[in-house]
Design a binder for this molecule. Structure first.
Ligand code: FES
Length: 143
């Protein structure tokens, strides 16, 4: 019997093969990325920096030297913008953002878009960060 994970791996491989280059489904390669700084336990992004989040299910990676790995921002319909750590709760590998999940390449854990465990070996969710939107800024609280 084929699992959802097998299906997604096959789908991703097929797209990479047919396109000849890594695309969105091949992990974080090709995802919009912004570099930022943590200041007073906050990351402040101008709305002009988060254009990738203006579409439903849009994904944006935020990298900052003070963080152990990128933060994955996603614009979820009916939820809003969520911020999830890319550091796997199992043993600390960097998870990959897929269209509707997050997958760890090290031992196969899978998380939903909110960082909740769908499949182990991870047993704990990914770290979530509070997000505050103002008219001009998106603020991520990283404390
Ligand atoms: S480090 Fe992610 S599943 Fe093991």
């Amino acid at each position: 019997m084929s699992s959802r994970r097998d299906f997604l791996k096959t789908l991703g491989a097929a797209i990479v093969t047919t396109a000849g280059a890594p695309l969105l489904l091949n992990g974080c390669v090709g995802l919009a990325t912004v570099r930022a700084q943590v200041d007073e336990n906050q990351i402040k992004l101008n709305k002009t920096e988060i254009q990738a989040l203006t579409v439903p299910n849009g994904i944006l990676l935020v990298k900052a030297p003070q963080l152990p790995g990128p933060i994955i921002l996603r614009n979820l319909p009916e939820v809003g913008i969520v911020a999830v750590s890319s550091i796997c709760s199992h043993r600390g590998c960097e998870v990959r953002a897929m269209p509707h999940s997050l997958q760890c390449p090290c031992h196969g854990s899978e998380y939903d878009e909110l960082g909740e465990v769908l499949e182990g070996p991870a047993t704990r969710p990914l770290k979530r960060y509070e997000v505050i939107e103002t008219p001009d800024l998106l603020i991520i609280k990283v404390s």
